[in-house]
Design a binder for this molecule. Structure first.
Ligand SMILES: [Zn+2]
Length: 164
């Protein structure tokens, strides 16, 4: 996931003006679904109303539009009404940060996916990274609940195969 921005990305940052093509959140949902992941949408009982909730993974996923949520170094703020946009985006970012904090304090893992990471070119890589995060979240839940020794924690505690 890179923070350098192409002209194409810069263009898409203005998608708050006219939305075209598949909504970013839908791209994520489709990928998850077709790769066998199940989820819930906009669960109101979970703080911050994440876009996608994966309860078994104790994970909340937010799919953020780069412009509205102020993706750092990604979108340019329009010159016209600059103060207005700056204040608005700052408020959105503060609200996002507060939501993520509440979730984490309640034992949720938070995954933020940016719109610019979901272009045809980047989608697969992004979602494979998301998949790794999901699995690592699942593993940390498993580690908390299992009474079995967890192999990578104490490899020396594992019985060694007898030498021939
Ligand atoms: Zn972005």
């Amino acid at each position: 996931m890179t923070d350098t921005m192409t002209a194409e990305q810069r263009h898409r940052c203005m998608s708050h003006i006219r939305s075209k093509g598949t909504k970013p959140e839908l791209k994520v949902r489709r990928w998850l679904w077709s790769n066998g992941y199940r989820y819930r949408l906009n669960v109101k009982s979970v703080p911050g109303k994440p876009d996608i909730v994966m309860r078994p993974y104790r994970t909340a996923i937010f799919v953020n539009g780069c412009f509205w949520h102020g993706h750092e170094g990604c979108c340019k703020i329009p010159q016209t009404n600059r103060d207005f946009w700056q204040a608005k985006i700052r408020r959105n970012r503060e609200r996002d940060a507060a939501n993520y904090r509440i979730l984490r304090e309640n034992g949720w893992q938070v995954i933020v996916i940016w719109e610019c990471q979901l272009t045809a070119e980047h989608l697969e890589t992004t979602m494979r990274e998301v998949e790794m995060l999901l699995n690592s979240n699942l593993l940390s839940i498993y580690k908390r609940h299992t009474t079995l020794p967890y192999p990578t924690d104490e490899p020396e505690a594992l019985p060694m195969a007898a030498e021939e």
